[in-house]
Design a protein around this ligand. Structure first.
Ligand SMILES: Nc1ncnc2c1ncn2[C@@H]1O[C@H](COP(=O)(O)OP(=O)(O)OP(=O)(O)O)[C@@H](O)[C@H]1O
Ligand SMILES: [Mg+2]
Length: 369
């Protein structure tokens, strides 16, 4: 079966790899001729809005999906109409996942606690939002943000001008700055027949807005119960098919939803080696209408992102049991170019090995156990 995927980044690449043993062939559309998925599967180099290319993808695929959320919902809807291809995950989830304001509204509708926020469409509205919600706050573009891009933290009134200067002109969202104790994410997968499976809770460490480290399972039963309830509610709401992630802040033992991703997620990369069935395999299984695989963890995982450039493999692979994923991307500061995962037989051993790996990578993170 052929799966057509719009976007051929590292997520697409790992989806393609997961599909191979199942006889699921991915094909991609991406404007970048060097898109990482192109090394694994056919890549049509075209703009995301190119109707001709999208239609060709839809006609030659049983199912159409996407590997990032900033693709045009309208272009996809139009291209798939009458093509015979199904779309998974659903476009309604994509439309929500690409707009921070719609995400917040969804969380509110589903009674999932989220940050206090206000839409900001003018300079005056920013000052009003800061007065109503208070400082500190974070101003974010509603669309197209990733890895902390398109955001400005506002600590004092004097910061408002600079934030407006750097981000104004597009629809924005102002929200309270959450002095969180930690960050976690919940990943779930829903099959075509409505079966749901929820991965163990993941704890995440960010630095400068970029995810650096994820650990799973993160053993915090009360938090995990809340996350499972929330992720399940979102999956049900969209009649969802595929993997979905929700990112949360944790404060005083309560989850506060930050954002959702209607796709496989960086905080689920540990599942390639650390779960019976990886998020990538379960996503392509769900897209193809196949039964889901077990989401149980096989050990205690830590996943570290490689940012900027991949250190020499000969150095990384000296670490016993380390799994290296080099996305084949060119080096650039702040760019996610790979990740590595270790799996330990206990949480204590995972923590010890993670600390030593972080040291070797010259990465300093707060509150790593
Ligand atoms: N309101 C907030 N209060 C405190 N910290 C925040 C807030 N919003 C964002 N952050 C910090 O910045 C990180 C990135 O923010 P967010 O998830 O909104 O952005 P993003 O660009 O969509 O990132 P990604 O797509 O990589 O998840 C968060 O994980 C968190 O560490
Ligand atoms: Mg995020």
């Amino acid at each position: 079966m052929k799966l057509g995927i719009v976007g051929g980044g590292q997520l697409g690449r790992m989806l393609a790899i997961a599909g191979v043993p199942l006889g699921l062939e991915c094909q991609f559309l991406d404007p970048n001729p060097q898109a990482p998925a192109g090394a694994i599967a056919p890549l049509n180099v075209s703009a995301f809005t190119d109707q001709r290319a999208l239609r060709a993808l839809a006609r030659s695929s049983a199912v159409i999906g996407f590997d990032w959320e900033n693709v045009s919902v309208e272009a996809l809807r139009k291209a798939t109409r009458g093509s015979g291809a199904r779309i998974a995950p659903p476009l309604r989830a994509l439309a929500t996942g690409q707009d921070r304001l719609l995400e917040k509204r969804l969380f509110e509708r589903l009674r999932i606690p989220t940050t206090r926020h206000a839409a900001v469409n003018s300079r005056a509205a920013l000052w009003r939002a800061a007065a109503a919600i208070g400082l500190p706050g974070v101003l974010k573009t509603r669309r197209l943000g990733y890895d902390g891009k398109g955001q400005a933290v506002i600590r004092k009134h004097a910061d408002l001008d600079a934030a407006w200067q750097s981000l104004g002109g597009v629809p924005l969202l102002y929200e309270e700055f959450v002095p969180f104790d930690l960050e976690v994410s919940g990943l779930g997968v829903r099959a075509r027949d409505g079966t749901v499976a929820l991965y163990p809770l993941v704890r995440n460490w960010h630095d400068e807005g970029i995810l650096r480290l994820s650990m799973a399972p993160w053993q915090a039963p009360a938090l995990e119960r809340q996350a499972r309830r929330h992720v399940r509610a979102v999956l049900r709401e969209f009649n969802y098919v595929g993997v979905l992630a929700v990112e949360f802040f944790v404060r005083n033992g309560r989850l506060i939803a930050n954002e959702l991703a209607p796709r496989v997620h960086n905080s689920g990369h540990w599942s390639i080696e650390g779960a019976v069935t990886s998020q990538f395999e379960n996503h392509v299984r769900a897209m193809a209408g196949l039964p889901l695989g077990s989401v149980a963890s096989t050990g205690h995982s830590a996943m570290i992102n490689l940012i900027g450039q991949v250190p020499p493999a000969a150095q990384l692979l000296q670490v016993p049991g380390l799994h290296l994923h080099d996305y084949g991307k060119s080096s650039r500061p702040g760019r996610k170019v790979g990740h590595c995962t270790i799996i330990a037989s206990s949480a204590a051993e995972r923590d010890r090995r993670t600390r030593s790996l972080l040291r070797a990578l010259h990465l300093r993170l707060k509150q790593v156990p």
